[in-house]
Design a protein around this ligand. Sequence first.
Ligand code: 6R9
Length: 676
Amino acid sequence: MWPTCQNVSKCVAASLGRRLHRVHTSSRRRCNVAAFMPEAAGFEGVSDRSTLQEFSVSSSESFWAAAARHRVDWISPFHLVQDCDLSRGKIRWFGGGKLNVSVNCLDRHVHTCPERVALIWERDEPGSEVKVTYRQLLEMTCRLGNLLKRRGVRRGDCITIYMPPCPLAVASMLACARIGASHNVVFAGFSAEALAERIRDAQSSTVITVNQGVRGGRVTELKKTVDEAVQSCPIVRQVFVAMRTENPVAWTARDVAMEEEMLAEEEVCEPAAMDSEDVLFLLYTSGSTGKPKGLVHTQAGYLLYAALTHRYVFGYHDGDVFGCVADIGWITGHSYSVYGPLANGGTTVLFESTPIYPDPGRYWEMVQRLKINQFYGAPTAIRLLLKYGDQWVQKYDRSTLKTLGSVGEPINTEAWEWYHRVVGDGRCPVVDTWWQTETGGICISPRPSDPGAEIVPGMAMRPFFGINPVLIDTEGNVLTSNHTSGALCISQPWPGMARTIHNDHQRFIETYFRPHPGYFFTGDGAYRSQEGYYQITGRLDDVINVSGHRIGTAEIEDVVNQCPIVAESAVIGYSHDIKGQGVYAFVVLKQGVDIKAADVLRQLNDTVSKKIAKYACPDCIQVIFVQHLPKTRSGKIMRRVLRKVVERDLEGLGDLTTMDDPAAVEEIIQGHHDLW
Ligand code: 6R9
């Protein structure tokens, strides 16, 4: 069940005030559907884009079959479009088909345009970018594929990649795909312990990393972190190390000098013929319990969905330069820095730096220098840059920009308007794209290329082709009317959705399919306006979103509780100006602990950054010491009560009758007036 709806109604109220600002993106004209989407030529009764949208949902099998035939190069064709049963969490697409994802991302473009730039590696130091053509990327991928094979990696193995965005990271992902291994990219900001947990869960015996990372002018010791992680991962037998900097690092017997050994390999590597449903990658994400979930994506459906959304949401055309600034350690980097653009034969930017290095003009200076046509970033960065002022944007020529994208969390109206008015000079549509690691690609978003498409600031607007969102109320009823809010679910399968949680299909079913049987439950709440447009209102479970990064409150609690001075804790999210949400930790110290608050804070922050990652803590964690936590009689911490106290909504404290010790709330209210 989804717990609360309070943030939903707040956002509904907010949205009403927003509905007046409309941005029309193109004139309402009749268009040729086949010119827009060639595979639509054969769809019966489809004469324009709105009937195309209806067709994609009502005849979803025909829609996806045609798209899969048209957009994927198959080694042998599929014979079963889909075999899905959402109530059992069974999702299979394109049964019987065989393909190779790296061939789809590389070889077919090398045949037509070998010298087209595939990757622009925007290195930390501005002006030092490196361009890699499709021919070069194929060569790198093949050499690496051969090296992996020679070093004993077999089809079905899972390789962990702990690298910043760079061409060798992309080649590593594609080399896995080439030889039939799967990858598990771990964000290179994660700590050794978080990395180790993911290596163990994925059972990776090979890890790929770089000697050091460089970000925001600072060097990070990535190889050292891997060495530390591997100490608690006996399964790891080899670590491939690429040299991002020239600095030597400590070397062990299991280390392999990646670039050196790649040079000795053949530049041709036979692609493995993979089944549509073989695993392409695992990607760990936070859930509402302590243990991260390794979501599993498979070959054909994921690739097709990433490619189609990339082309149609952003209006990507051949020759465009696509600038997604997400790290490859997140799903956004997977789908829109790597797989979507490369499947479409596009030119994609790999951004190694930060939005404010060397100054807050970085993004826009890069847009000018690389002539970026579509820019895709996170609201947290937009909010940060907005505060530095317009001059950092206006200094640079942004006339190449055609579309601006936003992802990861709700974008507030102020940030949306600034992005649109200042960054896009009022002429580029802003696409607020809602999706998740679980959905594989964008599910709800404006499609500015649609005739007459309008965009309401702060709204994700309309479902993508083949997606049928539904809203469900607390009693489990599907809400059919408009101007209503509920739990956001999706009623029918689509090819890009995750197939399972690695080694825990039961958890997959329970998390996504049990709350509302027959539907995929997203964990988010949404509002559907009078016109039928969607606005995402935030998580309904115990997941918080710090700068667009998902993190489970339980994950932080687990770690805080490991601190020797802590008896117990409860963590909730609070509204943060820049980061969207920050972290409040209510902490009960062990009896007899006598230590200054500042020291405790330091200890907790150290522990959280060591066990999870830095972004999960220091400058946004607020620690509040209490004697007791509010609990139900059965011992469950009542986080909803803490949330209300932090939101200063004492009226809304709700039913406290199940509470074990009402004095605990009193104490928190009394003690925390200073919070307000
Ligand atoms: C792609 C990505 C998914 C969660 C999702 C939701 C939030 C993402 C959003 C958004 C409002 C948007 N989210 N995009 N909320 N508007 N445009 O971010 O994947 O890391 O798995 O996070 O992020 O809460 O459920 P992931």
